[in-house]
Design a protein around this ligand. Structure first.
Ligand code: F6R
Length: 608
């Protein structure tokens, strides 16, 4: 949440920072701002709204600036307005911030006593005055940052300009992402990889409380004790092309189109000779066999992937699985007994609640396996073992391939646990892995190829005020993700219900014409689902039925039917959720919604 970018060097800093802000817009789009070093002074331009509005305001300004810092904001403290937009400035310091400062009120009070006045409602303004106050004491930038950071409670990634140090950008982070790189034209820093990909794939990730000084020629890293530390760069596997729209109108539809290959890549990444092989990530068969329960922690769609995973692991490996929202876990973790494997799931690898929950689980002595997309991210680094989903960069705020590759990873974990525990033979495990590698991607592709049919359904539901997804078992797990997708991108109120729960309250909401999307993909529940659908239709509900080819005479049961390619029952959530992702896209498209950047949301939720 919030994207920060900085550049110091020979190139046009404005261009470089603006392109970085565009690349990071998925992290927040409430306001945007930039400070440019122009001549002997600094010019700050900011505005409410998107980076494009900032770009507009910057026409003809600072094209030859060689130093700049910029920010794209997801508002936490203070409304999204120009006044609250970053950069914020003090007498001799200007900075941009990603994060939240918990003790900002007491800091503001103390700074006000020292004569500082505040122009915004943000927590960030307390930081800039604090660093200014510390800097005035010694004129030592590193010491000022270190001393200010020691007084901050919360999370932050900061890019800082000292007005009397015109060729330097300083930076520090704690519990928020920050990476930097040196390219041919100068030094760069950013919250996330897509902003740096046009310039370098060699990135440095400072640890918490390490301080960086960037100049045109080099980066200097100061460790917590103030001594200079060695720079260790890692090569990013993604390239610039992967982070572009590639001819698609939106990242969301581009990323849906990437799902077949992404899911196959997830499976290829962890299989050896056709079997899931976790030894490559340090988990032996003996270790896998030793777990007697699994505890999944995640948020949003990743939590939904965990719920699919629970069903798989319990069914295949025969051990209990607890799936807990990370925001709940961190304050009220479930009691687990025996040898529990804790599994944080996160596309970004930066979600604050998931990271905090993982830290707590580790303090309680659990082994941890992170299911993560972003290599080197905070949760990946905190996890004892990491299974990378290999989805590639995901830019759309609403996740698609991020989710399906998380689900694929959970299948692979379930298969590996079951095989290690002797509940699946090598042959059975190999067959399931092969299905994920080949048949599931084929099924997903065949749904993507039927976009026109899905668009026609979208036309029929576009005016709905409320919509319900219903299903049982793994179909219910798929309903949870399907409902989230539709509501977050189209703003149509959508809920998911376990179909058996309808008559315990929800049926009162079903009136003439209310659309209900019923998933009857798992054969095990066909009869029960048909009963529930009848109940809905008897109250006037407009039913769209999703089923595999094995449901007989489906058109008898619903106003509309969409037959999904039949996969073995437990694999059907791949098919039904991809249908729902496309439906959400088409509805949002017809309604003219901002598909890649839905209102009020942002990707990579680095604040609690
Ligand atoms: C919904 C969505 C979010 C994320 C959630 C967790 O489309 O993208 O619900 O799934 O914020 O994010 P990660 O997986 O990055 O931890």
């Amino acid at each position: 949440m919030c994207g920060i970018v900085g550049f110091v060097g020979r190139k046009r800093a404005k261009e470089c920072v603006l392109s970085g802000l565009y690349a990071l817009e998925y992290r927040g789009y409430d306001s945007a701002g930039i400070t440019l070093k122009i001549g002997d002074g600094y010019e700050t331009v900011k505005c409410a709204g998107r980076v494009s509005a900032l770009d507009e305001r910057l026409r003809g300004v600072g094209s030859d600036a060689s130093v700049a810092i910029g920010h794209t904001r997801w508002a936490t403290h203070g409304e999204p307005s120009e006044r609250n937009a970053h950069p914020h400035e003090s007498k001799s310091v200007i900075l941009v911030h990603n994060g939240i400062i918990d003790n900002f009120l007491s800091l503001r009070a103390s700074l006000a006593e020292d004569g500082y006045s505040f122009k915004s409602e943000t927590d960030t303004e307390a930081i800039v005055h604090l660093i200014d106050r510390e800097y005035a004491k010694t004129k030592d930038a590193r010491l000022a940052i270190q001393s200010a950071a020691s007084m901050l409670v919360g999370s932050f990634a900061l890019a800082i300009l000292f007005c009397d140090r015109p060729s330097e950008i300083w930076a520090v982070r704690r519990n928020n992402p920050l990476i930097c790189a040196v390219g041919a034209e100068g030094s760069y820093l950013a919250s996330d990889i897509p902003a740096l990909l046009p310039y370098s794939r060699e990135v440095l990730r400072p640890h918490d409380d390490e301080i960086l000084c960037l100049t045109e020629e080099k980066i200097t890293l100061y460790q917590k004790d103030g001594t200079e530390g060695a720079l260790s760069f890692e090569t990013v596997a993604w390239d610039y092309e992967m982070a572009k729209k590639d001819g698609f109108e939106h990242f969301l539809i581009k990323e849906i189109n990437e799902e077949p290959e992404a899911v196959s890549r997830t499976a290829r990444g962890i299989t050896e000779g056709g079997l899931p092989d976790f030894s490559g990530i340090g988990m032996s068969g003996e270790l896998l066999a030793s777990f007697d329960s699994v505890s999944v922690i995640a948020c949003g769609s990743a939590y939904h992937a965990g719920i699919v995973g629970r069903m798989l692991i319990e069914r295949l490996a025969g051990i209990p699985v607890f799936v807990t929202l990370a925001s709940e876990y961190r304050y009220d973790p479930p009691i687990t007994a025996g040898n529990t494997l804790v599994v944080p799931i996160s596309q970004s690898g930066e979600t604050a609640d998931t990271l905090a929950a993982l830290k707590l689980a580790k303090e309680r002595g659990a082994h941890s396996l992170g299911i993560i997309n972003t290599v080197g991210s905070a949760i990946a680094r905190e996890s004892e073992f990491v299974l990378y989903t290999n989805a590639g960069p995901e830019i759309s705020v609403a996740t698609t391939k991020g989710y399906t590759t998380q689900v694929a990873s959970m299948y692979l974990l379930a298969i590996a646990l079951a095989h290690a525990k002797g509940r699946l033979t090598g042959g059975e495990a190999r067959e399931m892995c092969e299905l994920i590698r080949t048949e599931v991607p084929r099924a997903i592709r065949s749904i993507i190829d039927r976009r026109a049919e899905i668009r026609a359904l979208a036309e029929e539901i576009k005016s709905a005020k409320d919509l319900y997804y219903i299903g049982r078992g793994s179909d219910y797990a798929a309903c949870l993700e399907s409902a989230l997708k539709l509501k977050e991108v189209s703003y149509i109120h959508t809920e998911a219900y376990a179909a058996g729960e309808l008559k315990h309250g929800t049926l009162s909401l079903i009136t003439e014409g209310v659309p209900v999307i019923a998933l009857a993909c798992d054969k095990k529940y066909h009869d029960k689902m048909i009963g529930n659908i009848r109940e809905v239709r008897a109250r006037g509900g407009f039913v769209i039925l999703l089923a595999g080819e094995d449901l007989e005479a489906p058109s008898e049961y619903a106003e509309r039917v969409f037959i999904l390619p039949t996969l073995e029952g437990i694999f059907m959530p791949f098919a039904s959720v991809v249908f729902s992702q496309l439906l959400a896209y088409e509805v949002a498209y017809i309604l003219g919604c901002d598909i890649d950047c839905p209102r009020n949301l942002a990707k990579s939720v680095t604040v609690e």
